[in-house]
Design a protein. Sequence first.
Length: 474
Amino acid sequence: MDSLLTKPYGLYTDYYELTMAQAYYLQDLHKKNAVFDYFFRRMPCQSGYVIFAGLADLLEAVKNFRYTDNELAFLRKKGFKSEFLEFLKEFRFSGDIYAPKEGEVIFNNEPVVTVKGNILEVQLIETLLLNFLNFQSLIATRASRIESVLQEGKTFVDFGLRRAQGLAGIHASRAAVIGGATGTSNTLAGEIYKLAVFGTMAHSWIQAIGDELDAFRKYAAVYPDNAVLLIDTYDTLHSGLPHAIIVAKELEEKGYRLKGVRIDSGDMAYLSRKVREALNAEGLDYVKIISSNSLDEYIIRSLNLQGARIDAYGVGTKLVTSYQCPALDGVFKLAVFDGEPRLKISEDVAKISLPGEKQLWRVYDNGLFYRDAIILSDENIEEVDVIYHPDYEFKNTRITGLRKEKIKHAVMKSGKPEPVETDSYAISEFRRQRLSRLSSESKRFENPHIYKVGVSRKLFELRKNLIKKYLNGS
């Protein structure tokens, strides 16, 4: 039996995508063209921005999206018709995908990704796209917020695999590095994505040896130039710390240096200060203090305010599960069918979608992100003078004379991926560059500034007229 990681991706979808695909095929609608947009309506975790992530994995998955004999046999048992299964046997995605670079700063209610192709193929990859982009963007955003509160020279590592929701931990490790983690404890993700991997010891090592000092000595004997000792198994200050100092001195005599000590419980601010004082008093100022145990950006920020002396953090559960806000509500909505613009209407005005094939542009003012402009594909951004709130005409902004930058580019043409950056650390550096252009008000944790996204007059009128048309039933 294939593992989930090596399976073709044809069944990586919600069942209704397949039932609709069969209906499209049997009703001879499957060759009609369609344009779908991926966007999200609400910012996650009260954040003022989102980091776009998951693209390289998505493109690889779409390239491999197919149906083997095993998948077809499964669908046959579910009652799918033979002629449709014969069609799926040769199925390959042949459409186009437009997206920002991974690591880009994105905002709610803008068409982040556009997928063009026939209605059947675009519909079939919907769930896959949402699954990959929603999750990795969410985790990359949380990791970026963690990086933002680190003091100069401090780092953090993803420690979350054991608490992740199954195989999501693999994508979480990649997204964490895109968001700013220096590496991961996840060895498989390290191998797949070429990430730095980190790990020291568990309390069980010390418990198994029985004597804490002996346990430290045995571990240091195996890893004399890379030893990090866990000092809170019994008593951090009265047992673990003194024993770590003894081993550090013994390593010095042999020409080595203890790399660090880790604290996994207790009052991190108080303990780290006391540990730092003791290490420095013994001439061990080079020994790093590493903290773990249910950390997130809020706790790390609090530790900074308390004067904690922590050099590196192992961040696990609250990062890879995005504990307080576990989902990004990205959606995939039809914007064009058979050459005609389409939109979804809802009693919730915020859920009424933007019709038509669109472009996404970023407008700059004094070198910083100022507004994002959504215009129709046949418009010239230099001829757009004013952008409007999609619902309120009186809320508008003049963008004449300001620098504009196109945000989305082709990343897949006719089913073939275009070259994109796959190195997670390079993507992370691009993210840092982009975030440096976002105002500090949009990056604060409490009540961040709401970044404005507007539409052209032509798009505003198209949406208004379609709403009127569909509500009047004409």
